[in-house]
Design a protein around this ligand. Sequence first.
Ligand SMILES: [Zn+2]
Length: 182
Amino acid sequence: MSEAAVSFARVRPGDAEAVQEFVRGLSLESRRERFFAPVSELTPGQLERVVSGPGIAHIHRLLHPHQCPTLTPLPPAADLPAAISRAALEAGCPECNRTLEVFVSAYGAAAGNLALTVLATGGLYLGGGIAPCILAALRWPVFMQSFLEKSPMDALIGRIPVKVIMNPGAGLLGAATFVSRQ
Ligand SMILES: [Zn+2]
């Protein structure tokens, strides 16, 4: 057995850069082993943080910590989710692709929760700006698998169709229809 000297010292604010440098040098696997534990379920607040435009950027920072060659220079924060989606779907960056896969999985789970909460038996319509941009990824099996994974409500959720609203003016049209009926 070899001998090695180990010394302990309290971490001080001035050590921040050295600690960050150390973490940057770790492999992705090592980061996961050191800092993450499996989570069986996200709280509604955590899910909200993941299933949003900024959520894509959060997942990306975790899975793709080094500069993505297809996202150089890095776009402004507001454009980052769309840029990551393009890097995944059009440029085929594997880490961006994995980012989108994790996002789509969480999106499916959240959509399934909502569908059951409001008993959307007529269908669930995904609106907003994200869904039309990632239409190809929403067709990956992982989205519907996460949507349908709602034991013991499998039979009910299996009857709910999921659609994506492609008309960017749908919100305005809905508001106009509502007002015209008053
Ligand atoms: Zn990438």
